[in-house]
Design a protein around this ligand. Structure first.
Ligand SMILES: NC(=O)N[C@@H](CC(=O)O)C(=O)O
Ligand SMILES: [Zn+2]
Ligand SMILES: [Zn+2]
Length: 440
C-alpha cells in the first residue's frame, strides 16, 4: 500500500515512533486534517502506516519571505513550482513577497495570489502586500483594503526596495497598527548603496574591483525603524538581517520593549563574501554575503532569540538574468528546499539550537509574526496536522538539477548538508513524501 494511498490523497496516517521536536518518541494519528491521537496509537482500519523511526517531527515550517514570481516572471517560478519547492523543504505556509509584476499592491492582486495558492494546494500561500504603490516609494498602497480583503493581508513590504522615506515609513507603521499588521523592512539606505553596488564593501571587493556597500547602509535603517516603531507603538520586522551591527541594534531595541522582530536567511548563517572571489553570480544576493564575524553574530542572535526567525528569501531567477558578469547579474538565490538542512547543519549539529528552538524559529514564531493562526501550532491532539518529518542523520550532497523550483540559482549546489526532509503534511494530507511532491 503506502505510496499509492499517499498519491490518492489518503488522509489517515499513523506516523510511528517519530521523535517529537526532540522531546521523545511517540506515534501520531493524523485523521481528518488534525492530530487525532498521540502516544502509542492503535492503527484504525484504512490508515497508512509511516515508519518514522529515526525521524524528527516538527510543526510545518512557515517562511516569512518567499519570492514566487507569479504574476509576471513565470519563467523563473510560478505559484505551483514555488509551492512544490516549499513542500519539498518542509514548509506548510509561505509569505509571498509583493515584488511581482504587477505588484501586489491592491486587494484584488492579493486575493489572486491567495486563490492561486489555494488552487495548487501544496502550502498556504499568504500574500505580502506592498507598502507603497508599485513599490515606487512615493504613495502608500491600499493597506486597509488589502487587510480587509479575503486575503487578510497582515504583512506589508516593499522588499527588493527599502521604504527609505521616513515619513512614509512612519505613516505605514501607524496605519498597520490599527489591524495588528506589521511592516517588513528591506533595510538598505539607498544613498549608501548606489546603483552599481553589487556586494559587501570591504577589503575583498576592493581587490576584486567590484563596487560594494557597507553594513552601515543596513544598520542606519534598522536603527531608524526601531525608533519609528517606538514612536508609533507599532510593529516592525527586519527582513534578512545580515550584519553584526544590525544584531546589536535589534538586541538593544528588544531590551527597550520596542516591538521589533527580525529574520535571518540560511545563506547569511553559513556563506561569506569570500565566495565572491570566483565571480560566480550564484552568490550575488541582497543583502550581500558578509564577513565571518557577521555570520557568527547572526548565529548567536538566532540562538538567543534576538533574531526571531529563519526566513529563506527564496529568490529564483531565470538563467538569462543570472548568467552574466557578476556586476550585471540579478540579485538573489534559492532557499526553500535546503533551508531546514542548513539550519540542521549549522545550528543543530553546531550545538547552538535544539529541535524545539528550530521549531520556534522556523514555525511558531514566523506564524505569530505573520498572524497565521492555523500554522506554527504545537504537535498536540486537536491541532491541525501541519508537520514535517526530517531525517537528521542523512547527509545529502545538493544537486541543483534535483529541484522543484523552475530556477537553478542554488548556492548549495555540490555541498554536503546534514538533514533530509522525509515528508511534509498539510492539514493531514501528504504534500511531499519520500522524494516526491504529491499532487491532488
Ligand atoms: N534577495 C535578493 O537578492 N533578491 C530579491 C529581493 C530582495 O529580497 O531584496 C529578489 O526579488 O530577487
Ligand atoms: Zn530584500
Ligand atoms: Zn526578498
Amino acid at each position: 500500500m503506502g505510496e499509492k494511498d499517499i498519491r490518492a490523497g489518503q488522509t489517515s496516517y499513523v506516523i510511528r515512533g517519530a521523535d517529537l521536536q526532540g522531546a521523545g518518541r511517540a506515534d501520531l494519528l493524523v485523521r481528518d486534517g488534525v492530530i487525532a491521537e498521540t502516544g502509542t496509537v492503535k492503527a484504525p482500519r484504512g490508515a497508512t502506516e509511516v515508519d518514522a523511526d529515526g525521524l524528527i517531527a516538527l510543526p510545518g515550517l512557515v517562511d516569512l519571505h518567499t519570492h514566487l514570481r507569479e504574476p509576471g516572471r513565470e519563467d523563473a517560478e510560478t505559484i505551483e513550482t514555488g509551492s512544490a519547492a516549499a513542500a519539498a523543504g518542509g514548509f506548510t505556509a509561505v509569505l509571498a513577497m509583493a515584488n511581482t509584476n504587477p505588484v501586489t499592491d491592491t486587494a484584488e492582486a492579493a486575493e489572486r495570489v491567495r486563490d492561486l495558492g489555494e488552487k495548487v494546494g501544496l502550502v498556504d500561500v499568504q500574500p505580502v502586500g506592498a507598502v507603497t504603490k508599485g513599490l515606487a516609494g512615493e504613495e502608500l498602497a491600499e493597506l486597509g483594503l488589502m487587510a480587509r480583503s479575503r486575503a487578510a493581508v497582515r504583512v506589508f513590504s516593499d522588499d527588493g526596495k527599502c521604504v527609505h522615506d521616513a515619513r512614509l515609513m512612519r505613516r505605514a507603521l501607524e496605519y498597520v497598527k490599527a489591524f495588528g499588521g506589521v511592516v517588513s523592512q528591506h533595510a538598505q539606505e539607498p544613498r549608501l548603496a548606489d546603483g552599481q553596488a553589487c556586494c559587501h564593501e570591504g577589503e575583498l571587493s576592493g581587490r576584486l574591483g567590484l563596487p560594494g556597500w557597507p553594513g552601515v547602509a543596513e544598520e542606519v535603517v534598522v536603527a531608524r525603524d526601531v525608533m519609528l516603531a517606538r514612536h508609533t507603538g507599532s510593529r516592525v520586522h527586519i527582513a534578512h538581517v545580515s550584519t553584526a551591527g544590525s544584531v546589536e541594534v535589534v538586541r538593544w531595541a528588544k531590551s527597550q520593549d520596542i516591538a521589533v522582530t527580525a529574520e535571518v536567511t540560511p545563506h547569511h548563517l553559513l556563506l561569506t563574501t569570500d565566495l565572491l572571489s570566483g565571480y560566480d553570480p550564484v552568490f550575488k544576493v541582497n543583502p550581500p554575503l558578509r564577513l565571518q564575524e557577521d555570520v557568527e553574530a547572526l548565529r548567536a542572535a538566532l540562538a538567543d532569540g534576538t533574531i526571531d526567525a529563519v526566513a529563506t528569501d527564496h529568490a529564483p531567477h531565470a538563467r538569462h538574468d543570472k548568467e552574466h558578469a557578476f556586476a550585471e547579474a540579478a540579485f538573489g538565490m534559492l532557499g526553500l528546499e535546503q533551508a531546514l538542512s542548513v539550519v540542521t547543519t549549522v545550528m543543530v549539529e553546531g550545538g547552538l539550537m535544539d529541535w524545539s528552538a528550530v521549531a520556534a524559529a522556523m514555525s511558531s514564531r514566523p506564524a505569530a509574526i505573520a498572524g497565521l493562526r492555523e500554522q506554527g501550532r504545537p504537535l498536540a491532539v486537536g491541532e491541525p496536522a501541519n508537520l514535517v518529518l526530517l531525517d537528521p542523520a542523512a547527509e545529502v550532497t545538493v544537486d541543483r538539477e534535483r529541484s522543484q523550483s523552475l530556477s537553478r540559482n542554488n548556492p548549495w549546489h555540490g555541498r554536503a548538508l546534514k538533514g533530509r526532509v522525509h515528508s511534509t503534511f498539510l492539514r493531514g494530507r501528504a504534500t511531499y513524501f519520500d522524494g516526491e511532491v504529491t499532487t491532488r
